[in-house]
Write a new protein. Structure first.
Length: 423
């Protein structure tokens, strides 16, 4: 491709992005403008016609996915810089590999972290992360609109704090504002990501994609999307992975927390962007089973942690239904972690996602306080970025934590100005 052709293609992309319905979270990068310059050489009509070609549309979508992926905080790696030096050419190569269905995931790295707990981390190469963002960007909106409301993980407008406040809502509703006995049954799936059956996951995702693209709309883009998803799901990231650290780092890590210890066809990488969306699809049948088949209105789930809020009269039947839930999970290759099964009377306070829900009040749990205190020390020592403190203060502003905030600030020599919690 000549320099002139390259400039023309970049200009086409820019015009097409402006006239397309594809939602871009960012404008074309200044790097593109500095290196090549953009020339207005197309009319909107020409850009619209250009965009109708699936290959051109895919190129635009991959460019948008790259712009979003680069905001993920991993731009300091040689892998990322190497891709961005020849960004446009590399995006064209990725696009062509997808169109010809010759794309296969590259080999990444694996290492162990110890903070806040020992955990195995697989890091995908940058080109694969771009693909992950493209896949999720293509399917997420349609899929999210069909997930149940009380599924909180990795969904726009939801998340940890939303899940905590939903549990509080359910508790207050069932207990009639803490005027009668109510109980929270908390359940946890044992080694969830490590025990996912890839063939079952692919069947579920394929069915949902088939609903998103009904017959008559299954063009080349649909074929490429489904093929790419298949490569992501069935790829074994442990094959050829580059080890960072030593094998001693894995000492003490339970087998059900390590992808390296799973049998063939089991487990997906926790950190992949696609895994969060796929996990919600994988557990959507569980949500519907508990909500509609068992009939529990006051139910919620964050990844593999879920709860049911019941009255005193419903408690006996709910305990029996735990066995039905175990049987249902077994059909998906999953099981409950019985050590984490808890039944708590709401007046005692219910710990969920690091926060203790006690009626109308929310308190930070011990681990959350410990992590905040540790982060404050590291920031004061210049080891961590001050933005970490802003993040904690944002969470704590919703909790009854003014006294704790002051204690933590004073312990590192900072002044604390009290701000009433948000409601």
């Amino acid at each position: 491709m000549s320099h002139r052709d390259l400039k023309k293609m970049l200009a086409l992309m820019r015009r097409a992005m402006k006239s397309s319905k594809v939602k871009a979270n960012t404008k074309p990068s200044k790097v593109f403008q500095d290196l090549f310059g953009f020339m207005k050489i197309m009319t909107d009509e020409e850009a619209s016609r250009w965009l109708k070609d699936p290959a051109n549309m895919l190129l635009v979508e991959l460019y948008i996915a790259e712009q979003i992926a680069r905001k993920g905080g991993k731009r300091k790696t040689m892998d990322t810089h190497g891709f961005e030096i020849n960004l446009f050419e590399n995006l064209v190569k990725l696009r062509d590999a997808l169109i010809s269905m010759t794309y296969y995931p590259s080999r990444g790295t694996v290492h162990i972290i110890l903070d806040p707990v020992q955990r195995e981390i697989f890091a995908a190469p940058y080109v694969d992360r771009i693909l992950h963002h493209w896949v999720v960007g293509t399917i997420m909106k349609w899929q999210e609109d069909r997930l149940l409301y009380d599924s909180y993980s990795c969904r726009e407008g939801k998340g940890t704090l939303f899940g905590i406040k939903r549990l509080q809502h359910h508790i207050l509703s069932v207990s009639r504002n803490m005027t009668r006995e109510a109980y929270v049954i908390q359940l946890d799936i044992s080694g969830f990501f490590m025990h996912i059956k890839r063939d079952v996951l692919y069947a579920l995702v394929k069915e949902r994609i088939g609903q998103q693209f009904p017959p008559g709309t299954r063009d080349k883009r649909y074929q490429v999307l489904l093929w790419a998803i298949k490569q992501v799901i069935f790829d074994d990231p442990t094959e050829g992975v580059r080890l960072q650290g030593t094998y001693r780092d894995w000492i003490g890590l339970p087998d059900d927390k390590s992808l390296m210890m799973q049998p063939k066809g089991r487990g997906i990488v926790i950190g992949n962007y696609t895994s969060q969306t796929f996990s919600n699809i994988y557990l959507d049948p569980l949500d519907r089973f508990i909500k509609f088949t068992l009939g529990y209105k006051h139910y919620g789930r964050y990844v593999d942690d879920f709860y049911i809020v019941v009255t005193k009269e419903e408690l006996s039947q709910a305990k029996q239904n735990i066995k039905a839930i175990e049987t249902f999970l077994a059909s998906y290759g999953l099981s409950l972690n019985k050590k984490k099964t808890k039944i708590t009377e709401v007046h005692q306070g219910v710990k969920f996602l690091g926060v203790i829900v006690k009626g109308f009040r929310l308190f930070p749990g011990k681990r959350l306080v410990h992590n905040f205190r540790k982060s404050a020390y590291l920031v004061s020592a210049g080891i961590k970025d001050p933005e970490v403190i802003t993040s904690y203060l944002g969470m704590f502003s919703h909790l009854d934590a003014g006294k704790i905030n002051r204690q933590i600030f004073e312990s590192v020599g900072w002044n604390y100005v009290y701000n009433s919690k948000k409601r």
